[in-house]
Design a protein around this ligand. Sequence first.
Ligand SMILES: N[C@@H](CCC(=O)N[C@@H](CS)C(=O)NCC(=O)O)C(=O)O
Length: 324
Amino acid sequence: MGLLVNGQWQDKWYDTDSTGGKFEREESGFRSWVTSDGSAGPSGDEGFKAEANRYHLYVSLACPWAHRTLIFRKLKGLEDLIDVSVVNPYMLEQGWSFKAFDGVVKDPIFNAEHMHQIYTAAKSDYTGRVTVPVLWDKKSNTIVSNESSEIIRMFNSAFDQVGAAEGDFYPEPLREKIDDINDFVYHNINNGVYKAGFATKQEVYEKAVSDLFNALEKIEGILAKNRYLTGDKITEADWRLFTTLVRFDAVYVGHFKCNIKRVFDYKHIWGYLKELYQMSGIKDTVNMTHIKTHYYASHDTINPTGIIPSGPAIPFEEPHGRYL
Ligand SMILES: N[C@@H](CCC(=O)N[C@@H](CS)C(=O)NCC(=O)O)C(=O)O
């Protein structure tokens, strides 16, 4: 676990001393957008036109942020247009690697050993954390984006003219509602589990857990009345929540100490999680071995033995009962 400083890898855990025991997530460094005509998107540079086989996606199957991009690649039928490399679930001294492990897909572009080589290939003096997902442009030899929330927006619409499947998960009339829910879910739930798990002060942990479970109660209330977070249509907001929920009982309850309740204990959230899991192609994007191995065996400040628990067996494939 570490980061790049002026292009040099340094092995360092997150600094929570300077933030009073709080984990603060770093802003993503590459923020350009692939667009249908190559014009600039909301941030970054222009010149990234949607084209088949021009872009390459680097992911970890363990990572909830990278998982979003894999789900959108699947939902939008982009598998033949955008290839994927999958890192090894152990994130150790050199960070993410492509070392052999069941499910790893090597880097076909650089044959890199480590993910930090992809970052320095884009910018030789890069300073920052080496995170996944990364969307690489083979034409201009650089990283387009390492921000998952923006990569899924690109996948949602930019490739529609070059063979993507139908479907809009960020429809105009629902955008404000989706943005509001995303904001709430990001701070309290998606990142909330990390704030609890990476806290190094008791009161910081307790506040994060309390915010997390208050937020889950609120989501339970929404899902008691609505099939999906914004109503009867599944949107980006649901998929962003899904990747945290699907990891919750196997990892966040134990490893991150988010154990007031399990997702399994919430009637509506649990049914909703099963429904999403059972949607076409989705379970192929969920790899519990990578998920459990990564968290339990990579965070040695939290779990120094690196022992990966055997359970729980989670019945994601049972009937979901969501017929609201
Ligand atoms: N803002 C990024 C966050 C991605 C992220 O934090 N990924 C984690 C894995 S779950 C990572 O690669 N962490 C490595 C590190 O922090 O050094 C996004 O949503 O794309």
